[in-house]
Design a protein around this ligand. Structure first.
Ligand SMILES: [Zn+2]
Ligand SMILES: [Zn+2]
Length: 312
């Protein structure tokens, strides 16, 4: 599980920062990639990475401001042109379906794969046996959502040596044991699967927020997350401006990270008023409040490691 920043700037594209898009790479977990927002030229940014558009399975849109969606029609069209055949599901606020379908129909673009839309409201917007995604409304000029991506806990590793010691030979029975089920062996002995697996593997949590003012929903979505990605359009001391324009400052993002006890904070959606020389300063401001903070830049990658259990 890795996060790859495809665009980290606020509002308009700048030379050093394109507009917002974040890829959550779940290649090992499910062989796919989830995109969060798709600002203009996201597909150009992807060209500089190893990311394959056909791998993109889901696209979560935080809000309908242009710097978060103008890249969507082009990306979807190119994905089809490049041989993408698997369905794509787009999650986003009401209006996202009209935006995409209007673009595709006006330009007479026909996709070789099916598009599904989920117009989100607060609550669980996606769940399968592996992941759960929850959305909450943040505070922005228009409806802007934050997403909490929760990887479910998994059964621990199979303790093969222990199984062999107990005289249980490899076979279909191992699958049941791995799931922690009770299994009846050929000789009639009943074996408790849980005794032959390591501790559960704790799932990871990544919280990716749309544009927002400093708000309580951000903290709730971030609670205990392994990684929080929070906008920081403005520097510390600009809280007045941030409030007026429905954005946050570095310090405010750090306060959310601290209050929510996250493991790591990454700041993005950085205004072009701050150039390269200022980025360390922005990071420093946040670090005063929350030490494990990084400022994102285009193509930055963050790995989200599994927490190793000490008892294994
Ligand atoms: Zn924005
Ligand atoms: Zn916005």
């Amino acid at each position: 599980m890795e996060v790859l920043f495809l665009g980290t700037g606020a509002g308009v594209p700048a030379k050093l920062r394109n507009v917002t898009s974040i890829a959550l790479k779940l290649l090992e977990e499910r062989g796919s990639v989830w995109l969060f927002d798709c600002g203009e030229a996201t597909q150009h940014q992807i060209l500089h990475t190893t990311l394959k558009p056909r791998r993109v399975e889901k696209i979560f849109i935080t809000h309908l401001h242009g710097d978060h969606i103008y890249g969507l029609p082009g990306f979807l069209a190119s994905r089809s042109f490049q041989g993408g055949e698997l369905d794509v599901t787009i999650y986003g606020p009401k209006g996202i379906q009209t935006f995409v379908e209007t673009n595709l129909s006006v330009s007479q673009t026909y996709l070789k794969y099916r598009l599904h839309f989920v117009e989100v409201s607060e609550g669980i917007v996606f769940e399968d046996e592996q992941f759960l995604v929850e959305a909450r409304l943040l505070e922005h000029g228009i409806a802007s959502y934050g997403y909490r991506v929760v990887e479910k806990d998994r059964p621990g590793v199979l303790l093969v040596d222990k199984l062999k010691e107990a005289g249980i030979e490899p076979g279909p029975v191992y699958k049941k044991v791995k799931n922690g089920e009770s299994v009846t062996l050929k000789d009639g002995t009943v074996v408790d699967g849980k005794k032959f697996t390591g501790p559960d593997i704790k799932g990871r949590v990544v919280t990716i927020l749309g544009d927002t003012r400093f708000c309580g929903a951000a903290k709730e979505l971030a609670e205990g997350a392994d990684l929080l990605i929070h906008e920081a359009t403005f520097a510390a001391g600009e809280e007045g401006l941030a409030y007026e324009y429905f954005h946050s400052t570095t310090t405010q993002a750090a306060q959310i990270a601290k209050a929510a006890y996250v493991k790591k904070l990454c700041l993005t959606h950085i205004s072009s008023r701050y150039d390269r020389d200022d980025w360390k300063m922005l990071e420093g401001e946040a670090k005063k409040v929350f030490a494990t903070t990084e400022v994102a830049y285009d193509f930055k990658e963050i790995e989200i490691p599994l927490v190793k259990s000490l008892s294994q």
